[in-house]
Design a protein around this ligand. Structure first.
Ligand code: HEC
Length: 145
């Protein structure tokens, strides 16, 4: 009688532990997916190139270049259309070469077409709001010396 009861309690304990681990995992997934959704694009639907660029940006760049979340600060400056427009060559250079000690270069891991698609995508991104939350906001890294 006591034995059976103990068995049930132990099983219940295991179930509860599994359940809370799932909750933690879910919270983590939400936390890392938020910055992706925070990256809003302006009105018009994206072209295929821009969609490619968005996907690559989310995979390679968003970790440093999207809005801070509860669990992390944004590391690099926000990137949006005003930064990219009429500045494509500098932007491409930065993506390929990186910034010493701050950002890796992607010249061996992105093709020219992929780099261009990221740039095309960034041209559709509106400047993020919420300037007060991050001192880096509104002061994008200088694009030259
Ligand atoms: C490890 C974090 C990290 C990753 C990953 C990263 N960047 Fe950066 N990026 C930075 C930092 C930090 C800076 C600011 C460098 C400085 O202050 O000189 C920066 C600067 C830039 C700039 C220059 C902005 C300006 O105003 O001149 C561009 C453009 C850029 N990154 C694009 C990208 C793209 C595109 C990717 C993905 C292919 C990417 N970055 C991936 C950290 C990162």
């Amino acid at each position: 009688m006591f034995d059976t009861h103990a068995g049930i309690t132990a099983e219940g304990g295991v179930l509860i532990r599994k359940y809370s681990i799932n909750l933690i995992a879910l919270g983590f997934l939400l936390a890392i997916s938020l910055p992706l959704r925070a990256q809003k694009s302006s009105g018009a639907p994206l072209t295929d190139t821009q969609k490619d660029g968005r996907r690559i940006f989310q995979q390679r760049c968003a970790v440093c270049h999207t809005l801070p979340t509860v669990v992390s600060k944004r590391y690099g400056p926000a990137l949006y259309k005003e930064i990219v427009e009429d500045n494509e060559d500098n932007i491409r250079d930065t993506i390929l070469e990186g910034r010493e000690g701050l950002m890796p270069g992607f010249k061996y891991s992105l093709t020219r077409a992929e780099t261009d698609s990221i740039i095309e995508y960034l041209k559709t991104v509106n400047r993020p709001a919420r300037p007060k939350n991050n001192p880096k906001e509104g002061t994008p890294a200088s694009s030259g010396e």
